[in-house]
Design a protein around this ligand. Structure first.
Ligand code: SF4
Length: 574
């Protein structure tokens, strides 16, 4: 039977609770945001005893459904000061779900000045003191847990960034091959660090698996859903061979690649850091151009990037990292970006906030644009060691901007913008401005419909409505536990959404409609999060983009951010 596991770090006590009836229908983001909104005082200090860190597998996570293995983490964010949900791949979500854990709630801070490890298996949850792995990077932690529990173990951990409680620290998730995936945004690694938890190891042995109310109906719908994803042209010819890195050339072509700290929409050397070049490089070196982070994935957005000698450098090198370290910082070397990605994964720091922070440091004259070697030194010698400069960068782009007195800082609610300039893709700008998460492309990906020609990204008309629709869908998909790319098939194949709805109904023995799931659940999640943020002090004036987007036109489209306060505030009229 599903259960709620509550871990109190103040008195090192674990309690197992029944799932309240009102929580039973939720999972993933819907559940983490419900719990955080219900149990966390909105005005509390994010690193203090009153904040809670909640993990919840998605509603379909751990079942046989393809691309349904996501885990949500939630808390009050040290980066934004508002509610945060961050979804990750890897295998921890699937294992927690199969162990019957609906949510793991970690509360309080320890009385003793020592570090802990939490171990989860079929027999329960144990808190142990951790000594040997303190100060170590995530790769070493995963290796140690793998040596102890075997190659199928799950692990959630923080690197030095989380131990230092840097506001952009992430929580790392072991993938099926021992690589690093991340609850990357919002500084949840700092919350885990404040509770003095270095790692959570998870052993699936003997688990009962996820209960499905109607297995036959689930299996029939699951087959249609899988077929729909496999046959979607954007997935088959784009995501599978290139992953999200296919976007480097596409977003350059659209004029929204945030070059030289968001001064230009096109990067002359885009091809040197493009998905096509990365694929050729990987194949020539004997790496894996197409890879999965968990069992049951048919999309394969990941890859394994090797160095010149064929040794693995990193896996899951995404468009955001390429677009920001590449165009925004003008680093034209895939090898240096891959090395930076590996270091960031190892120390456990968000690559988006760090890359935008580095672009701000470059603007401030701390290091030159394009100097990849200095970036690697900065990460290894400053951030990983927790020097004052390293801690400033580790607290994200907004902190870097404040410390260096810079105004060209691409961040909303303290969280850095991903690699899409909002001036020529205005719908994503509305998402950046209004999402309860702070600037986050995954919170409402208005980029997809813009690239598909459904809307003209340069014009204001219809962008608020588009972002509202995308944010509802994202909130729902994050709650289902499916990869965000599923949206590509939901939007283009008439069979995909009904199959997804049938799986959800079969899983829970429900008879809801697509509208109930996408708009009803999405609306509930957004309103719950928005209410928390208002009570935390994040009100309408924080729903704004930085001034320079309105003051400067972006070449080559010569677009400008031109939404009035009233037009942005209208987003919440639902
Ligand atoms: S699509 Fe990407 S994120 Fe989703 S399961 Fe596959 S590899 Fe992981």
């Amino acid at each position: 039977m599903d259960k709620i596991v509550r871990v109190n770090m103040f008195d090192l006590r674990v309690s197992i609770e029944e799932v309240p009836a009102t929580w039973a229908q939720y999972g993933g983001r819907a559940l983490t945001s419900t719990i955080v909104a219900a149990e966390v005082v909105p005005t509390c200090h994010p690193l203090g005893p009153d904040n809670k860190l909640v993990f919840a597998p998605g509603m379909l996570t751990g079942t046989t459904a393809v691309n349904a293995g996501r885990l949500s983490a939630g808390a009050k964010s040290p980066l934004t000061g508002g509610i945060k949900e961050s979804s990750a791949g890897g295998i921890a979500g699937q294992i927690l779900a199969r162990l019957g854990i609906k949510a793991l709630i970690i509360e309080g801070v320890p009385q003793q000045d020592c570090w802990y490890r939490i171990h989860v298996d079929k027999d329960g949850v144990e808190i142990q003191e951790e000594i040997n792995l303190i100060g170590k990077g995530n790769y070493a932690v995963f290796k140690a847990v793998e040596a102890e529990l075997g190659k199928k173990c799950g692990c959630l951990s923080i690197g030095p960034a989380g131990e230092f409680r840097m506001a952009a620290a992430n929580i790392s998730v072991r993938d099926k091959d021992g690589g690093v995936r991340s609850h990357g945004r919002g500084g949840l690694g700092a919350v885990m660090g404040s509770k003095k938890i270095k790692l959570i190891s998870i052993d699936e042995t003997g688990s009962e698996g996820v209960k499905v109310a109607d297995p036959e109906k689930f299996s029939a719908a699951g087959k249609i859903f899988a077929k729909s994803l496999v046959n979607q042209p954007g997935i088959e010819y784009g995501m599978k061979p290139l992953g999200t890195s296919m976007l480097v050339n596409i977003i350059h072509g659209y004029g929204a690649l945030p070059t030289r700290n968001f001064r230009d929409g096109q990067y002359a050397k885009h091809d040197m850091v493009s998905g096509e070049t990365m694929r050729e490089t990987i194949i020539a070196r004997g790496g894996q151009p197409s890879h999965t982070c968990q069992p049951g994935c048919v999309i394969h957005c990941s890859q394994v990037y090797p160095d010149k000698d064929g040794k693995t450098v990193t896996s899951g090198l995404e468009y955001e990292t390429l677009g920001l370290l590449g165009a925004a910082c003008e680093i034209d070397s895939l090898d240096r970006i891959a090395e930076a990605d590996r270091i960031l994964d190892d120390i456990g720091l968000d690559s988006i906030d760090t890359a935008v922070g580095i672009a701000v440091l470059m603007d401030a004259g701390v290091l030159p644009f394009g100097d990849g070697d200095s970036v690697l030194r900065l990460l290894k010698d400053e951030v990983a060691k927790g020097t004052p400069l390293g801690r400033i960068l580790g607290c994200g782009a907004a902190t870097v901007g404040k410390v260096y007195g810079m105004t060209r800082v691409a961040a909303v609610k303290g969280q850095a913008l991903p690699a899409y300039d909002p001036r020529p893709i205005k719908g994503i700008g509305i998402t950046y401005a209004t999402s309860p998460m702070g600037a986050d492309h995954t919170a409402g990906y208005a980029v997809g419909p813009t690239l598909a020609g459904v809307i003209d990204g340069h014009q204001k008309k219809g962008q608020v409505e588009l972002s509202r629709h995308c944010q509802h869908v994202s909130a729902a998909l994050d709650s289902f536990g499916v990869c965000t790319f599923v949206d590509m098939a939901v939007g283009s194949d008439l069979e995909c959404l009904p199959a997804l709805v049938n799986m959800l109904n079969a899983r829970f023995g429900a008879s809801k409609t697509a509208e109930d799931y996408l708009l009803g659940l999405g609306s509930y999640v957004l309103k719950t999060e928005h209410r928390f943020n208002i009570n935390a002090g994040l009100t309408s004036p924080q729903d704004r983009l930085p001034e320079f987007f309105s003051a400067e036109t972006l070449p080559p489209s010569n677009t400008v951010w031109d939404f009035s306060d009233q037009e942005i505030a209208a987003f919440w009229n639902f």
